[in-house]
Design a protein around this ligand. Structure first.
Ligand code: NAP
Length: 277
């Protein structure tokens, strides 16, 4: 009959995780199941109790539950504790262990794409959950990791945490735009530019270096305005699919002890997203 797994969040209907994990199950010839469940904020505890009672092998966690789920689990590993959020739960012997594969998945995606990040000067746009995962993970490798945000206090709080590992300063988006040429890696970790608001961009790229790599964590659309403008300025651009795929592959490995083949997944998901534009 196979194991069953899933992803909980709200909204959830556009999640690519079921498509991705089912493809990997098929690659291995397994009959496991992976389902998306819409779980409202107030129903999180009941949902977690249900997943435990019904014996789910594991599940992914997305907006808005990544932080709220932490006290509902039996154990939180060091990575999830360091990032202050859980995106993957593993069930073993009735106990629920929370981990987080977002940051390591992002780093894996940089390696796969040959983006150099060791010693680089990095700017992260946004100070929410994804910015935190990416920023704290990059802090272990980069030269400096600055944060620019709409709400300066939130950017300062993240920069303060990053500064425990590497140099970091916080800026408003406007101030960051004025000093963009100093960064080799610029990452949009805000939802600005996501479908349906595809004409929006988080900041002006007027001063970007043509040596920069710009990564948008968004993958709907596959090319955001941020990416398009950066590409037109001569920068290298990537969307959020590689991170999505690698955080998913790391979760899969935690559940099954096997590494899925990520080759071809970006093309597969791009075709699905392109077809649903
Ligand atoms: P979040 O926790 O809600 O944080 C969003 C951040 O964006 C906050 O810092 C927020 O500013 C900022 N923001 C929101 N609207 C803005 C606007 N109109 N102008 C300027 N800043 C704005 O969300 P998240 O989980 O970090 O997700 C952020 C993005 O990353 C989303 O697009 C999500 O889809 C994407 N993501 C991708 C992956 C992947 O695998 N590719 C994984 C996770 C997330 P304030 O600080 O002022 O609130």
């Amino acid at each position: 009959m196979g194991e069953w797994l899933g992803v909980i969040g709200d909204p959830i209907e556009h999640s690519l995780s079921p498509i991705m994990h089912r493809k990997w199950f098929a690659d291995f010839g397994w009959s496991h199941h992976y389902q998306a469940f819409r779980v409202k904020r107030d129903d999180l505890k009941q949902a977690v109790d249900g997943l435990r009672a019904l014996g789910a092998k594991g599940f992914n966690v997305t907006i808005p539950h990544k932080v709220a789920i932490m006290p509902l689990l039996d154990e939180i590993d060091d990575e999830a504790r360091a990032l202050g959020a859980v995106n993957t739960v593993i069930q073993a012997d009735g106990r629920l262990l929370g981990t987080n594969t977002d940051g390591l998945g992002f780093i894996e995606s940089l390696k796969e794409k040959n983006v150099s990040y060791a010693g680089a000067d990095v700017l992260i746009l946004g100070a929410g959950g994804a910015a935190r995962a990416v920023g704290l993970s990059l802090a272990r490798h980069a030269g400096r990791v600055d944060v620019a945000g709409r709400t300066l206090e939130k950017a300062e709080a993240l920069a303060h945490d990053i500064a425990k590992t590497t140099a970091s300063a916080a800026y408003t988006l406007e101030r960051a735009a004025a000093r963009l040429d100093g960064y080799r890696l610029i990452i949009n970790a805000t939802p600005v530019g996501m479908t349906p608001n595809i004409d929006a961009a988080p900041l002006s790229l007027e001063r970007i270096s043509d040596q920069a790599t710009c990564i948008d964590l968004i993958y709907r659309p596959l090319e955001t305005r941020f990416m398009k403008e950066a590409r037109q300025k001569g920068a290298r651009v990537l969307n959020g699919l590689p991170m999505l795929i690698h955080q998913g592959a790391l979760a899969f490995e935690r559940w099954f002890g096997r590494r899925p083949d990520t080759t071809g997944m970006e093309t597969y998901l791009s075709q699905i997203l392109g077809a649903h534009r």
